[in-house]
Design a protein around this ligand. Structure first.
Ligand code: UFG
Length: 345
């Protein structure tokens, strides 16, 4: 089968592309390199030992999308093309709405006109806002307190409406918690542009000596040790969930002993949390990183980061039940693979 991956040169997309290629499928990647570079395509080519079909383009460029859809036929689209920084979205809301929402609408209309109606959409736990209860299940109320979250919510709404109004759409929306780690080869991994916002890339840069220490934002939360608790999920587990979600909508992408495919070609719009179901604090993550990699991570406590919540972790029963996806890799593997990628790149 052949899959289009808008945003496929980014951290998550490159790992999904790897798994699809490794399972014998083809991929076409579109990316504008806003938070990635052609290096990740080179890295994937090195890992696979083959050329990858790739277009440097925006999903809001309808002419280019039409050209790509005319040239290739796709079984499904795995849509990851989005701006994703909460803090940047507060400074540049227009860019976020234009890129994320208009871009997605454009992609959807081209998909429709070419009769490609299978879609895996990359959403985020940010749509839950401040958790009202834990673990967060998919029925948790939705809210947004920043433009990035608003774009994710708006797009989910558009997807739901389209799938209700028009026949044939099979859409799976995956709400990611906190993806971290890298492929075991150390050849692909997380390589954000500029100073990273997220915790793991920061830890890695401190371990490498690029930064002198890490600021831990808040040590007075009501958590196990006062620092923020999140649901970190290994990038390879998270990537695998996309293949199982494709199985769920009736495309037999990988063999899975527990799934009877003929009965599950699911039409409509389906939402799943993608996490481990377990919380891990900032200090726990730092200590694990130090232990498994035998490095020191100097840290300082700083004031709470605006917009952060104390704890956020997923209820993951729905994806386990629907398409038998369960995260298998622990925090140790997340830390060792993230460091392995850094020292090899
Ligand atoms: N943190 C620090 N120091 C840092 C960076 C982060 O202490 O330098 C802390 C944060 O305060 C938080 C935890 O590490 O407690 C995780 O922070 P991240 O920035 O890695 O991740 P967030 O949970 O804040 O946000 C991530 C994504 C969002 C997404 C959200 C969904 O970056 O896009 O998960 O749950 F919306």
């Amino acid at each position: 089968m052949n899959f289009l991956i808008p945003g496929g040169a980014g951290y998550i997309g490159i790992h999904i592309a790897f798994l699809l290629l490794d399972s014998g499928h083809d991929v076409v990647i579109i990316d504008n390199f806003s938070n990635s570079s052609s290096e990740s395509i080179d890295d994937l080519e090195n890992l696979m030992g083959r050329k990858i079909t790739f277009y440097q383009s925006n999903i809001s460029d309808e002419t280019e999308l039409n050209r790509i859809f005319t040239k290739h036929s796709f079984d499904a689209v795995i849509h990851l093309a989005a701006l994703k920084s909460v803090s940047e979205s507060i400074l540049k809301p227009n860019e976020y709405f234009k890129n994320n929402c208009n871009g997605t609408s454009c992609l959807l209309s081209v998909m429709r006109s070419f009769g490609v109606k299978n879609l895996i959409y990359s959403s985020s736990a940010t749509v839950y806002g401040i958790p009202r209860y834990l673990p967060i299940d998919e029925k948790h109320p939705l809210s947004s307190n920043n433009p990035y979250a608003e774009t994710k919510l708006k797009i989910e709404e558009e997807l739901r409406s389209i799938s209700e109004a028009e026949d044939g759409w099979k859409i799976v929306c995956l709400r990611y918690f906190n993806p971290v780690g890298a492929h075991e080869s150390g050849l692909i991994g997380e390589n954000p542009r500029g100073i990273p916002n997220n915790l793991m890339p920061h830890i890695v840069n401190v371990a490498n000596g690029e930064l002198p220490h890490i600021n831990i934002y808040g040590n007075d939360y009501d958590t196990i040790d006062g620092t923020g608790v999140r649901d970190y999920v290994h990038i390879m587990d998270l990537s695998e969930s996309h293949l199982l979600a494709l199985n769920y909508i009736g495309l037999k992408v990988i063999n899975h002993e527990d799934i009877e495919l003929s009965s599950i070609a699911k039409a409509g719009f389906h939402i799943f949390n993608i996490g481990t179901g377990k919380g891990c604090s900032v200090l726990e993550l730092i200590r694990t990183f130090e232990e498994v990699n035998n490095v020191k991570i100097p840290y300082k406590f700083a004031s709470r980061r605006p917009g952060d919540v104390a704890s956020c972790y997923a209820d993951v029963h729905r994806s386990a039940q629907a398409f038998k996806w369960i995260a298998t890799k622990g925090v140790e593997e997340m830390c060792s693979s993230a460091w392995n990628f850094k020292i090899r790149s």
